[in-house]
Design a protein around this ligand. Structure first.
Ligand code: ADP
Ligand code: GN1
Ligand code: MG
Length: 364
């Protein structure tokens, strides 16, 4: 599908003239383009065609992001030397008065200021970067802790509800829409064996032992931008910011920051959670959140990565079984390859779980 990106860009109140558009980044959900402007001194932009299959209520989602970014900007404005253009997502209003437009085909588009001189990593190769990532997420949660107003919209209902995700998985297995289930016995068994264990965080929530907070819910490391010196800069991809448990954000960041291999690595022998990267991220994260987290949240923090990596593997396999309807794939069996890589990562975490708990106990 070819879109007239120049025309779409022209529907927003951006400063600068359209020079060129290129596809950008390695996100799995939206179609993302970098717009370069003709004038050297003016901002570049990120133009996104939003995935309305994944996000069913985009006006609500955009309202969430407006509230969250306004609140973060007001916090940053009180910090001397803060860079409001680089430390927070800035959405450009459209000429229609909203923060998005619909094109003739009904697609939703939004425009963001391109954050200059940032570094984004799919794989983290040093403890310093992991620690800065932890700081960035901790700071993000702290800034949103006192956001006034009603709860944020749930942009994807039951997003991290692993009990629901297990039900949907079993439904998909039973339906076997794409005829793929016969070859997946080992993988399916992996999830069933652990199904009772992974509900612990939700149980703690139901018992009132851990609070619902505002969380990001998609803290994979390439959604955490670092600056040119690899210092914490900005958390992006705010579509899933909504009520959640801190274990989700800690877990998803460790899933990506502490894995020495790619999320979809084919050679399973290369996949391992690095305990040094785990400890460094945890140190950065707890340096910002030690005072706010309660003792039960801390006690179960190390379980977050096991839960979220399990859930991620389950989501990839469910999508594979459904015939690849959710995540962008780059080849036929990509979702299965991703599943196997994430299963291997869960096993690596299980092997090191006691050390993970010890590290958190020492830092918390
Ligand atoms: P997805 O949900 O598809 O992951 P993201 O919102 O994360 O979409 O955007 C995809 C990629 O685009 C990011 O991983 C990042 O590389 C880049 N990106 C997004 N927003 C910005 C921004 N404001 N400035 C610079 N790069 C950005
Ligand atoms: C998607 O949007 P992106 O690419 O940052 C997904 C996350 C998954 C991730 C796996 C809205 O993240 O939940 O953890 O892929 N986002 C959504 O790489 O489903
Ligand atoms: Mg992203």
């Amino acid at each position: 599908m070819k879109h007239d990106l120049r025309k779409i860009f022209g529907s927003f109140l951006a400063d600068g003239s359209f020079l060129k558009a290129e596809t950008y980044g390695s996100g799995h959900i939206h179609d993302t383009f970098r717009i370069t402007t003709e004038e050297k001194e003016k901002d570049d932009y990120i133009l996104q065609r939003l995935n309305s299959n994944v996000f069913r209520r985009i006006p609500e989602l955009q309202e969430n992001i407006e509230r969250v970014t306004n609140h973060i900007r007001s916090k940053l404005a009180a910090i001397p030397g803060a860079d409001l253009k680089r430390e927070c997502i800035n959405m450009i209003p459209a000429k229609n008065g909203k923060s998005w437009i619909n094109d003739d085909e009904g697609n939703f588009w939004r425009l963001l200021v391109f954050i200059p001189d940032h570094r984004s990593y799919d794989i983290v190769d040093s403890r310093e970067k992991a620690k800065e990532g932890g700081r960035a997420v901790g700071r993000f949660q702290a800034m949103l802790a006192d956001m006034p107003g009603p709860p944020l919209h749930e942009t994807i209902p039951d997003f991290h509800n692993v009990e629901k995700r297990l039900e949907w998985f079993e439904d998909s297995v039973a339906l076997d829409k794409a005829g793929r289930v016969a070859g997946l016995k080992r993988e399916i068994e992996f999830f069933r064996e652990r199904a009772d264990k992974v509900t612990i965080i939700r149980k703690l929530g139901r018992e009132g032992r851990i609070p619902v907070r505002i969380t990001h819910n998609d803290t994979k490391f390439n959604n955490i931008l670092l600056d040119e010196n690899d210092k914490a800069l900005c958390i992006i991809d705010l579509d899933t910011v909504m009520p959640g448990y801190v274990h989700y954000d800690f877990g998803d960041a460790i899933r990506t920051a502490a894995n020495v291999a790619a999320e979809d690595e084919k050679d399973l022998s290369k996949i391992r959670m690095d305990i040094g990267l785990f400890g460094a991220y945890a140190e950065g994260y707890l340096s910002e959140t030690r005072e706010t987290l309660n003792s039960t949240e801390k006690e179960y923090l190390a379980f977050g990565p096991l839960l979220i990596t399990y859930e991620q593997a389950l989501r990839f396999l469910t999508d594979y079984i459904d015939g690849d309807v959710y995540y962008r794939i780059h080849h036929e069996h990509h979702n299965l390859q991703r599943t196997r890589a994430q299963i291997r990562l869960v096993e690596s975490m299980e092997e090191q779980y006691e050390r993970m708990q010890d590290i958190i106990a020492r830092l918390a």
